[in-house]
Design a protein around this ligand. Structure first.
Ligand SMILES: [Zn+2]
Length: 241
């Protein structure tokens, strides 16, 4: 077990709950690679299959979704992810309602992770553009599921009938935080190439893979050099008391 500045002792169970195939890799793939190589167990739950992730009218949403599932599984394998599951919410239409909250509580109570990773609901837009509403919604629904629902016996009693007893998550890490909410920066220099390899698996999404690779390499931190590039991923980390 490698010591990490995350200050975790022993092997942690980490659940990544995000909206679309490719979100985990784009948002925090190098950090996930760092965690899996340190011996932590990581599972993905993606709320949609990304069936609107194309401007090509000739592709059916069903065919696109099927392709993206395969791409996502290949990308996750590059990062050492243990399992990838998909929920069947339609892409682009996510709403942080009680049905979605219950589905996420069900996942959390079943998997019983210590750490959950999602996307920051506070990130609406920035100089980099407008954040996809599904990314915000996924983060909001995950937050609402973790607190106070998942750990409270009285929320969603129908889940007790399924044998799913309350479970309290210890930490929530929001990827793609807004500039105002970032509070953790992870050095992922050693895992940047692994992130790029994983991103290359999302063939239907990345256009020219060599150009993507070039763009990703340019994301080195200010002050690092071409010979010794340095890469980071940022989060808003919430530690529950
Ligand atoms: Zn997305």
């Amino acid at each position: 077990m490698t010591a990490l500045p995350e200050n975790w002792e022993g092997s942690k169970k980490i659940l990544v709950i995000m909206a679309h195939p490719d979100d985990p890799e784009f948002f925090c793939g190098a950090t996930l690679a760092r965690w899996s190589s340190a011996g932590h167990s990581i599972a993905y739950y993606l709320l949609t299959r990304g069936d609107k992730g194309s401007q090509d009218h000739a592709v059916s949403p069903q065919d696109l979704a099927a392709k993206r599932v395969v791409e996502q599984e290949a990308a996750a394998a590059e990062l050492g992810i243990h399992s990838v599951q998909f929920l069947s919410y339609p892409d682009g239409y996510l709403v942080a309602d009680l049905a979605l909250r219950r589905d996420i509580v069900r996942i959390i109570r079943k998997e019983r992770p210590e750490i959950v990773v999602s996307s920051d609901p506070m990130n609406i837009y920035s100089d980099n553009g407008v954040n996809h509403p599904d990314h915000r919604t996924a983060g909001q629904a995950v937050l609402d599921a973790i607190f106070p629902a998942s750990g409270n016996y009285f929320f969603f009693p129908e889940l007790l009938v399924e044998g799913l007893t309350p479970h309290s998550v210890k930490e929530l890490w929001f990827s793609i935080p807004s500039a105002a909410t970032v509070n953790v920066t992870v050095d992922v220099t050693e895992h940047w190439e692994q992130k790029i390899k994983a991103l290359r698996q999302h063939k239907s999404q990345i256009g020219d893979p060599d150009k993507l690779e070039e763009r990703m390499r340019q994301r080195k931190t200010a002050g690092s050099t071409a010979e010794a590039p340095h890469y980071e991923e940022r989060f808003h980390r919430i530690v529950f008391g």
